[in-house]
Design a protein around this ligand. Structure first.
Ligand code: ADP
Ligand code: MG
Length: 715
């Protein structure tokens, strides 16, 4: 049946009975939030008081885990989980594949009397040794010595994932080699949070007047995604294999009319979103916002921010549940960074800040001169870090999917720059020029000190084109890809900012040791020096403009356009230095990650190229040949000639693709990646060009693939 006849079926959505009901939310027990989380409330209810307090100390203050409490925690956790219908437990971890992994073990063991009993010990809670030898390790661990183990991360609460046929207790863990090397994205994130905590606390001591015992980094990640009818998804081998369409002519209607952005949400989509949010609430993910995005069939969901390690876990759950719940509505969630060429891609805005355990956001301009000095110091530390390690930050968002998005006319370019907002930028510029005392408009808060300009009360203005923007009380890293996990990007961010804070605190200490030094003057001088050296990374203009590329070049900012160019940043001397200094990743661990990422790039492009060649031969070419017969049967030579020459060109280009697919070089990984970029991707694009022409000329009932039009507009 031609695709178009099936559209009617796809458009006629009927709730399939799995839908949630409307509950009376004024009844406290009806609020599902956290009901499947072994969080503080469940812990307090089920743990002996002393055990509860010891566990909370580890969670809140980062004190070392007291293993003597493990048995008590395990037993309470098991009872709680069994009461919720869990039959199995799993150490839930984040290998370098970019997704999560789980290996389920039953709680039940035989008693020897023909019955079984539920057991779960502290030992099983704290550590497991999954035979996870097939995960990428970048050569750290050969498969023949497959000793990798998972270790409980008590800072992220355990939760229950349900399936219609049973439930599983998931225990967040880190995954490492027997020799202590991190094999995952969680351990480095925790290490980097620790590094930033130590640096920030030392800096806060210089400012005095605080009673913070810990500084946390926080993340709120806005997730963009597409939803399309599953019928079209399963008719497209490219979507199944690669997550993006490798063929598809641009539809007559795109997002030009801007009629989708923030528009009313289609009923089926809204029903799906509501159920997704319900499920996320149950596992404790605090979703706050939902709306349509710019492209047709594109949407966004955003949570309330949380401590980085927890929000990185919750991001994984968000991606997982978006995908699983969509299926209940006959939809498929596409998380790829660029599922449709010529249509806006999807990102994940990583809102990031630092906060004390006493509730102070260090990136919030304050009410008092003291708080504002402190704000300027920490904001300057971020500016310094982003400029000094711009290449590394760029590398942390590099993958094959991102290469179709970054720098296209809808997403930040590969050049990392910072947008501060007009008023904050003016404050920094005034300080840099030594004109700090000049009076400023009324909208600014008075600082009552002669050396500082006044601070804006609210940072109002926005620049959507900036990859790294200050938005009032946090920085928003917008270059992150929709399909990316948050661990690595934030590990980089935390580590480089920790280094900057330390470096600036060192300078400040020196200046304050001078005779008759005033704190304000010393801080302003440190901030001035940083801005003079690193202010080049600040850019308030349109990042999408071609002229910015030239300007950025003049400023000496790196422009690492593609993944193969960006990834070597993980193993430069400066990266190794800062990561080893802060004990986040050592040289071997960095090298391993670099190799894993390059291999992933090669593998992903290769899967795309083979899928593209296969679809061209077995789906598109037969359609083109049928079209030729159709023209021949009609006896219209001009049409036959046209169809024939297009098809001949198609075959010529397809042969080139098949040849480059068959002739991968045997050299270094880096050379191999360059081959994929320089030979394979262009060969695919060249075949696609003709395929998309064929799509516009072959008879509609002969065309074998759902078009952009149906995927994007049938809802
Ligand atoms: P906008 O994009 O308009 O600034 P919001 O202020 O609602 O929108 O913030 C967007 C995201 O930033 C949300 O996920 C929010 O939780 C997150 N966010 C807000 N404050 C912080 C913070 N201090 N640290 C990290 N993320 C934050
Ligand atoms: Mg945003």
């Amino acid at each position: 049946m031609p695709t178009r006849h099936k559209n009617l079926g796809a458009a006629q959505w009927i709730a399939d009975g799995s839908t949630i009901e409307v509950a009376d939310l004024t009844v406290p027990d009806n609020n599902p939030f956290g009901e499947n989380v072994f969080g503080p409330a469940a812990q307090r209810a089920r743990l002996p008081k002393s055990v509860y307090r010891t566990l909370q100390a580890t969670i809140e203050r980062g004190t070392e885990l007291d293993t003597s409490i493990a048995d008590a925690v395990a037993s309470a956790m098991k009872e709680w989980a069994l009461a919720k219908g869990a039959t199995h437990y799993t150490h839930w971890f984040q290998p370098l594949t970019g997704s999560t992994a789980e290996k389920h073990d039953s709680f039940y063991g035989p008693t020897g009397e023909g019955t079984s009993i539920a057991e779960f010990s502290g030992k099983e809670l704290i550590q497991a040794e999954p035979d996870a030898s097939s995960f990428p390790t970048g050569g750290i661990r050969a498969t023949f010595e497959a000793r990798g183990y998972t270790a409980w991360d008590p800072t992220s609460p355990a939760f229950i994932l349900e399936n219609p046929n049973g439930a599983t207790l998931c225990i967040p863990t880190g995954f490492m080699s027997w020799t202590g090397e991190a094999l995952d994205n969680k351990i480095p994130l925790l290490r980097s949070m620790e590094a930033l905590n130590a640096s920030a606390l030392k800096a806060l001591d210089l400012f005095g007047g605080h009673d913070a015992q810990r500084v946390f980094t926080t993340i709120g990640a806005e997730q963009e995604y597409f939803l399309i009818d599953e019928q079209y998804f399963y008719e497209r081998p490219d979507l199944i294999n690669t997550g993006r369409t490798l063929y598809g002519a641009k539809p007559p209607k795109g997002h030009e009319l801007d009629d989708h952005y923030f528009g009313s949400i289609p009923e089926r989509v809204l029903a799906c979103m509501l159920e997704t949010e319900h499920e996320l609430a149950r596992v404790g993910v605090p979703i706050k916002t939902r709306h349509n995005e710019v492209a047709p069939a594109q949407y966004e969901v955003a949570p309330i921010f949380e401590i980085s390690s927890v929000s990185a876990d919750h991001q994984h759950l968000t991606m997982q549940l978006l995908q699983s719940v969509a299926r209940r509505y006959g939809l498929v969630a596409l998380l790829h960074e660029k599922p449709f060429a010529g249509v806006n891609g999807s990102g994940k805005h990583n809102n990031w800040s630092m906060a004390t355990d006493t509730g102070q956001n260090l990136l919030e301009p304050g009410d008092t001169p003291h708080d504002n000095l402190q704000f300027l110091f920490f904001a300057a530390a971020v500016i310094r870090a982003v400029d000094k390690y711009a290449g590394l930050l760029r590398a942390s968002v590099a993958n094959a999917g991102q290469d179709h998005r970054l720098g296209a006319n809808e997403a930040p370019p590969a050049i990392i720059s910072i947008y501060l907002g007009g008023e904050i930028q003016r404050v920094f510029e005034a300080i840099a020029k030594g004109k700090a005392h000049k009076s400023t408009p009324k909208s600014f808060l008075g600082l009552g000190t002669p050396v500082l300009p006044q601070m804006p009360l609210h940072a109002g203005d926005r620049n959507r084109t900036s990859p790294f923007a200050f938005t009032g009380n946090k920085f928003e890293f917008r270059a992150v890809g929709s399909n990316q996990e948050l661990g690595m990007t934030n590990t980089v961010l935390n580590t480089i900012v920790a280094e900057s804070i330390d470096a600036m605190a060192g300078e400040l200490r020196k200046k304050m040791a001078r005779k008759g030094a005033r704190e304000e003057t010393a801080v302003v001088e440190v901030v001035r020096d940083v801005y003079l050296e690193h202010g080049r990374v600040v850019f308030a203009g349109d990042n999408y403009e071609e002229s910015w590329h030239a300007e950025a070049g003049r400023r000496g900012l790196p422009n690492l356009r593609t993944t193969p160019e960006a990834l070597p940043q993980f193993i430069t001397a400066s990266t190794v230095q800062v990561f080893t200094k802060y004990k986040v990743l050592d040289k071997r661990e960095l090298q391993a990650r670099y190799e894993v990422y390059v291999e992933q790039y090669i593998t992903k492009v290769n899967i795309e190229a083979e899928t593209a060649a296969d679809m061209a031969r077995t789906l598109i070419l037969p359609a083109a040949l049928r079209q030729i017969s159709l023209c021949e049967d009609a006896g219209i030579d001009a049409l036959t000639d046209e169809a024939r020459s297009l098809t001949e060109e198609f075959v010529t280009r397809l042969r080139v693709l098949e040849t480059v697919n068959a002739k991968h070089p045997h050299g270094t990984l880096a050379k191999h990646a360059e081959y994929m970029r320089d030979r394979v991707l262009p060969a695919m694009a060249s075949v696609r060009e003709i395929a998309d022409c064929l799509e516009r000329t072959v008879a509609d009932d002969l065309w074998p693939l759902p078009r952009y039009q149906e995927m994007l507009f049938v809802k």
